[in-house]
Design a protein around this ligand. Structure first.
Ligand SMILES: [Zn+2]
Length: 196
């Protein structure tokens, strides 16, 4: 488990940390968690109880209600500001539909802090040439292959707006301790948590 150094209460699990229930218990919660039925949309919902919301981003200002995002290769994006905390499922489909920008809308930028969890990185995340159309500045060409850097625009935004951003720097594809759908079509997921 990786504990965020940037956010007050935030953790990223690995493949070694067990089920959602086990990971919750490790961080001091039992059954209290707001989850999402993630569909690679750009829907954002306010969470105020321990149920599953139909969206790909949740936020709350309620204390002691952990939000969880489940990922294998997509980006788990955790954020906190004076307005509350949020957990976002940001894969290429969600990013294309502006889920990052929508997640910003519920925060207060001058107090915003961001933490980027384990995901498929540009070292391994090969994509087709068609990605140049929508992600042109985030695609690297190496030996006639194209690799997507999912968080390039997020980091650029943070840099330009003086936002405190932390990156775990873990690639789910080349790090054996992490689940990756790309690697072996696993149905297992990592869990990333944030709460107030
Ligand atoms: Zn890698």
């Amino acid at each position: 488990m990786i504990r965020s150094q940037n956010l007050n209460n935030a953790f990223f699990s690995s493949a070694n940390d067990g089920s959602l229930e086990e990971v919750l218990e490790t961080i001091g919660f039992q059954n209290q968690v707001a989850t999402m039925d993630q569909t690679h949309s750009s829907e954002i919902a306010f969470a105020d109880s321990n149920i599953s919301y139909k969206c790909d981003g949740i936020y709350t200002n309620k204390t002691k209600l952990p939000l969880v995002v489940k990922t294998a290769d997509c980006v788990p994006l955790l954020m906190e500001s004076s307005k509350g905390v949020s957990a976002t499922h940001a894969g290429w489909r969600g990013l294309e539909k502006s889920i990052f920008e929508k997640s910003l809308d519920i925060h207060e930028i001058s107090s915003l802090k961001i933490s980027i969890g384990p995901h498929a990185r540009k070292c391994c995340y090969e994509v087709g040439v068609e990605f140049l159309k929508t992600f042109n500045n985030s695609v690297n060409k190496v030996n006639d292959k194209y690799y997507l850097d999912l968080t390039k625009n997020i980091k650029q935004f943070a840099f330009e707006n003086n936002i405190n951003l932390e990156d775990t720097n873990v690639c789910t594809i080349c790090n054996k301790e992490y689940f990756s759908y790309r690697k072996n079509k696993t149905i297992e997921r990592q869990f990333s948590f944030i709460w107030i």
